[in-house]
Design a protein around this ligand. Structure first.
Ligand SMILES: NC(=O)C1=CN([C@@H]2O[C@H](COP(=O)(O)OP(=O)(O)OC[C@H]3O[C@@H](n4cnc5c(N)ncnc54)[C@H](OP(=O)(O)O)[C@@H]3O)[C@@H](O)[C@H]2O)C=CC1
Ligand SMILES: O=C(O)C1=N[C@H](C(=O)O)C[C@H](O)C1
Length: 240
């Protein structure tokens, strides 16, 4: 496949290496300072754009590619208020858009475990629930996209929980999942869910040992998305 990398930082570099090792070609590696290269690209030759940039650049990158009819696989977090616009653009341009807050297979299994546990805890009113995420100090957004997906799983599973808030928010109520964000190098990504009562605690966690799982997931999804259309997610890819 001919792959366009939109964002060539920590993730873009690992994805590029992995894609090449699987026989793919990288058409261009776009960062903030070489965006003019996009003008000279043969858009029709690009099979997929993989977008891992930063929160304030994601929408522009993604909408540029979709308007050219290029399928997009995006992992950038912290910009999701604009996803309805991207979904409309995808339909209007008859192409494909895939977003995941986390491309690791292990985390996507963890998402399911989280929902299952939340279902079990829905009537256990003596337990309070909280989330903690730990990432490297270069991370631009907080909480992590993965923590937000986990919080949404808890909100879906426990009717008395209605929203999530940062743990230092003065508005936290019993209806909130408090999220604590820690920035400690070199943490690639750790997420912990805790249910705590006076009697005991239940804790589940996922710890990434490197960025390899995120990158491999993004490349595998890019191979899978070829010739597909519409809005696609990890549940479609993993057939969960
Ligand atoms: N969904 C998932 O599984 C995962 C998601 N992520 C997310 O992916 C994103 C990228 O992470 P990471 O690679 O670690 O971050 P980095 O900061 O290492 O890389 C981001 C890159 O984007 C570039 N960039 C900035 N503005 C633009 C622009 N306008 N157009 C194109 N490129 C631009 C930056 O370029 P420059 O250096 O020139 O500023 C930088 O090289 C983050 O949002 C992170 O949360 C990360 C890991 C897994
Ligand atoms: O910025 C990162 O590094 C990561 N970002 C994603 C997130 O915000 O959840 C995924 C992963 O945890 C690494």
């Amino acid at each position: 496949m001919n792959i366009l990398l939109l964002g060539y930082g920590k993730m873009g570099k690992i994805i590029g290496e992995l894609a090449e090792s699987r026989g793919h070609h990288i058409a261009a590696k776009i960062n903030i300072d070489n965006r003019q290269e996009l003008e000279n690209l043969d858009k029709d030759s690009i099979d997929v754009a993989i977008e891992f940039s930063q929160p304030d650049a994601a929408f522009e990158n993604i909408s540029w590619a979709i308007k050219k009819g290029i399928p997009v696989v995006s992992g950038t977090t912290g910009w999701l208020d604009r996803i309805p616009e991207v979904e409309k653009l995808t339909q209007d341009n008859d192409t494909a858009f895939f977003y995941a807050s986390n491309f690791s297979v292990g985390v996507n299994i963890f998402f399911k475990v989280n929902k299952f546990l939340a279902g079990l805890m829905q009537d256990q009113k003596d337990y309070s629930v909280s989330l903690e995420e730990i990432h490297h100090t270069e991370k631009k957004d907080a909480p992590s996209g993965t923590a937000i997906t986990l919080a949404e799983g808890i909100i879906d599973g426990i009717p008395r929980v209605q929203n999530w808030k940062m743990s230092d928010d003065s508005d936290i109520t019993e209806q909130s999942v408090p999220i604590t964000s820690k920035r400690i190098d070199p943490a690639p990504g750790t997420h912990i869910i805790r249910y705590q009562s006076e009697i005991d605690d239940i804790e589940i966690s996922h710890t990434a040992h490197s960025r390899k799982g995120f990158a491999l997931g993004a490349v595998l999804v890019s191979e899978w998305i070829k010739n597909k259309k519409g809005i696609l997610t990890m549940d479609d890819f993993l057939s969960f």
